[in-house]
Design a protein. Structure first.
Length: 71
C-alpha cells in the first residue's frame, strides 16, 4: 500500500505544492467546461432553449462525467 502524500513529502509546504501541481490539470479542465456551459446559458433564449432540449444531457451530465471516475 502506498503512503499518503503528506507522509512522502518533506513537509507540509512541499505536500501542498505537490497537491497543487497534481490538481492543476483537473481544475483547468473544470474551468474550461464551466466556461463552455456558461456560454451556452447566455445565448438568446430561443437558441439556448432549443440547444438544451436537443443536447441538455450531453451539455451537463456527460460533460462532467469524467469527474466521477476514480483518480
Amino acid at each position: 500500500m502506498r503512503k499518503p502524500a503528506l507522509s512522502r513529502a518533506s513537509g507540509i509546504p512541499a505536500a501542498l505544492a505537490a497537491f497543487v501541481e497534481r490538481r492543476r490539470p483537473r481544475v483547468d479542465w473544470v474551468r474550461e467546461q464551466s466556461r463552455a456551459l456558461g456560454e451556452l446559458v447566455r445565448l438568446p433564449a430561443g437558441i439556448r432553449d432549443r440547444a438544451l432540449r436537443e443536447h441538455g444531457t450531453t451539455a451537463f451530465y456527460d460533460r462532467y462525467r469524467p469527474l466521477t471516475a476514480a483518480p
